[in-house]
Design a binder for this molecule. Sequence first.
Ligand code: SF4
Length: 461
Amino acid sequence: MAVLEEKQLVFECETGNYHTFCPISCVAWLYQKIEDSFFLVIGTKTCGYFLQNSMGVMIFAEPRYAMAELEEGDVSAQLNDYEELKRLCLQIKQDRNPSVIVWIGTCTTEIIKMDLEGMAPKLEMEIGIPIVVARANGLDYAFTQGEDTVLSAMAQRCPNKKIEQPKTIDSFGTHLFSKLSELELNLTGFRSKQEKKHPPLILFGSLPENIISQLSLELEHQGIDVSGWLPSKRYMDLPVITEGSYVCGVHPFLSRTATTLMRKRKCKLIGAPFPIGPDGTREWIERICQACEIQPSGLEEREAEIWQGLQDYLPLVSKKSVFFMGDNLLEISLARFLIRCGMIVQEVGIPYLDKRYQAAELDLLQRTCLQMNVPIPKIVEKPDNYNQIKRIQELEPDLVITGMAHANPLEALGINTKWSVEFTFSQIHGFTNAKDILELVTRPLRRKENFQSFGWKKMVK
Ligand code: SF4
């Protein structure tokens, strides 16, 4: 096995000829996350086919997304875009009554220069439902960056002060509200007892509710109060963002959202590695504590305890080599964690790398390589899958993390693969979920061992 002998981070950029999901796929997880939303993808049949296939069985569960399929008349400007969208949005209002409609712009709306941002405010006034516009198209972005475009648009909709609850509703509602306010008062009292010393902290990135509670609790143990999450469970509960608030991301692909929060909402970004793996989670918490001027406590023990729990998996991955073809922007954080687990990373392909937003993560990657005494992997932005396959054949990694397009062909050549999209949809954040990452990574390695016991090595000549 050939190994690259690097001591410094090396960045390369190839042709961008690689497979990834279209960013409109973000509707799949965002409509589930934001419970009162409706996503309208304004595109062509190509987009519709992609969503229908990529979402698998979810499409049978009456998802809160739809396609506004452009026709010949729309493209040649013979139909009135505004009237067409109004008709569709009124129908959505009548059928689903969402609190927000998110318009997802696609390649076609870009190319025909459909002025979605111009139409949205006017239509919003007319139908009385907020319309958020996100250009999550395949021309500019890759896969998870779709969430980035949506969150960056939503960051601009977050209120800058708490909205008063309505007072005159039916008696049951009034009673419920009075109870809720009581509860809130108690909670405020409880919180003020904790002497909240730091500025408000808002975390951004879409995560399942249980992970949100886990990460919030970890911070609470350090005496840090999370004021809100972007996105919230409901659009109506978007967090209050005031000037000078602290913000910190949980995903490596949210660089636009970070920029919007800094530039448009005047927030202070806490640069930290991402809470993926016990090492990343610990440093993420430490950086937040540092920004809030709080001395972290017990984190070393907490991290050691989690590593102890991973002992069964570590011998399976130790000294094994892994190659990331790159398609979801989680690659650097995962590579860093796997290196810490004892793996050797040969190449980290990544669709797009914002070196400023990922600075702390890159720094941790470099430190981890030095600590584990392994070569620092080459980072290849906008990779070329054709060249990568050649490199894979040369390097013969023990595991290739790749998309479905290459997984089966590589398997047939006797190269072990893990389908990369699973990392996007699995729970991989926080201390307790590190096990899930290793469960995913070791599955193909374990399977290979089973196959070899049958004497099967290659399925093609
Ligand atoms: S790449 Fe463009 S055309 Fe293809 S599915 Fe995505 S938005 Fe639609």
